[in-house]
Design a protein around this ligand. Structure first.
Ligand code: NAD
Ligand code: USQ
Length: 403
């Protein structure tokens, strides 16, 4: 790791793109608490998706301006705000030049696989928003500060579900007597996951061509909502999606269990995914920022703490429900995203142990989450929103395509 980066006495400046979203908000607060100078860049499109589709966070969330002023009043720490679209290079380059980041953490994408598979406009929007936004970040770094470290949120789903173990970014292959270490094959299962594959290729190419430094964090499915910082005040509360479009597996299962809705296992439930607590997401971000990639390096970390098939996940939540006196049922639902057969895949996340992550233990985390969050907000749950995304498919309001 680059020791000089860690030893420098100057406060490091981190730009968090997508800092109003689920992972970005928790990360921005955590970094600010750890004494980084933080700026949030966000065009608030995630809040617009909710309005367009008639969805809402289970937990009530304050506006980004109220969130940031509450943080300042509680801690005295300033978080700068740049509200705008990173696909607009004029806006983004002005924000970049004004804030002068040492690190850009890029969470600012359309991140739902079901959303990207709803129809053609949403597939196009997902790919143009994600790919063009990432290209703009790369060009800003190249033009204004080649030393700036890009930390990009990739996803474990880039790899698909091959019938061999998944490595961290690269695999060493011997073919016709010669050996090389090559990018691990990507077989994404949605237009969203494919947008991440395209991003990874563009970032890898930019590192090789321009010598910039980047870390791709292939994160598994995140669960939970509370972190030490968001717990400090109700106006700092993070969003919690449980609907069929933006709600992710474990968050949905806990909310479903809390209100007595059967757990919705898609297909046979054999899909294996890596999972991590949002408190571990923020720790991983901090570790990746404090230990930047070297100039020209495209470093890939797989970021999850445990792996389960969806069926196993449903069983774990049912057992947790039993402990709390809740009778939890499970139903099988057609997969709204993909009909592809899934294989049980072994994932690898060696980097987390190398970076000394103190991970939260899964079983305690989700039991706590089910008891303290899902059950507390159960009266806010709208059962219609629990349906898989296909029932929302006919919604007319759509985002404009990026320029
Ligand atoms: P989110 O939708 O809650 O947040 C994304 C934020 O980015 C939103 O606030 C949105 O308004 C903003 N944004 C989107 N496009 C933008 C643009 N063009 N310009 C400026 N801002 C823009 O998503 P999240 O769950 O916080 O995920 C963040 C990142 O982490 C995504 O890239 C996602 O792929 C990755 N990730 C998330 C999970 C998960 O389980 N939530 C797991 C693995 C990876
Ligand atoms: N699933 C169910 N029932 C549900 C919801 C999901 O069986 O009610 C299954 C899905 O079929 C899938 C698995 O659970 O096989 C995970 O689905 P998900 O919606 O929790 O996660 P996914 O679509 O993979 O996407 C989420 C985030 C995305 C991130 C990805 C990490 O939305 O931004 O990139 O997790 S990963 O899955 O490792 O690629």
């Amino acid at each position: 790791f680059d020791q000089s980066y860690r030893d420098s006495s100057k406060r490091k400046r981190v730009m968090v793109i997508g800092g109003d979203g689920y992972c970005g908000w928790a990360t921005a607060l955590h970094l600010s608490k750890k004494n980084y100078e933080v700026a949030i860049v966000d065009n608030l499109i995630r809040r617009t998706f909710d309005l367009q589709l008639g969805l809402d966070s289970l937990t009530p969330i304050a506006s980004i301006h109220d969130r940031v002023s509450r943080w300042k009043s509680l801690t005295g720490k300033n978080i700068e705000l740049y509200i705008g679209d990173i696909c607009d290079f004029e806006f983004f380059s002005a924000a970049f030049k004004s804030f002068e980041p040492d690190t850009v953490v890029h969470f600012g994408e359309q991140r739902s696989a079901p959303y990207s598979m709803m129809d053609r406009p949403r597939a196009l929007f997902t790919q143009s928003n994600n790919v063009i936004g990432t290209l703009n970040v790369l060009f800003a770094i190249k033009e204004f500060n080649e030393d700036c470290h890009m930390v990009k949120l990739g996803t474990m789903g880039e790899y698909g579900t091959p019938n061999i173990d998944i490595e961290e970014g690269y695999i060493t292959i011997t073919h016709n007597g010669r050996t090389d270490t090559l990018p691990y094959p990507k077989q994404a299962n949605s237009f969203y996951h494919l947008s991440k594959v395209h991003d990874s290729n563009n970032i890898h190419f930019s590192c090789k061509t321009w010598g910039i430094r980047a870390t791709d964090l292939n994160q598994g499915v995140v669960y939970g909502v509370r972190t030490d910082e968001t717990d400090m005040h109700e106006e700092l509360c993070n969003r919690l999606d449980y609907d069929g479009v933006f709600g992710t597996a474990l968050n949905r299962f806990c909310v479903q269990a809390a209100v007595g809705h059967p757990l919705t296992v898609y297909g046979k439930g054999g899909q294996t995914r890596g999972y991590l607590d949002i408190r571990d997401t923020v720790q991983c971000m901090e570790l990746a920022i404090a230990n930047p990639a070297k100039p020209g390096e495209f470093r890939v970390f797989n970021q999850f703490t445990e792996q389960f098939s969806v069926r196993d996940l449903a069983t774990l939540v049912s057992k947790a429900g039993e402990k709390l006196g809740i009778d939890v049922k499970t139903i099988t639902v057609p997969n709204p995203v993909s009909k592809m057969r899934s294989t049980i895949t072994m994932l690898s996340a060696l980097s987390l142990s190398r970076l000394h992550l103190m991970a939260h233990i899964f079983i305690t985390s989700y039991l706590y989450f089910l008891d303290n969050v899902a059950c507390c907000f159960a009266e806010n749950v709208d059962w219609v929103r629990i349906c898989p995304s296909k029932s929302l498919k006919k919604c007319k309001a759509r985002p404009k395509l990026a320029q």
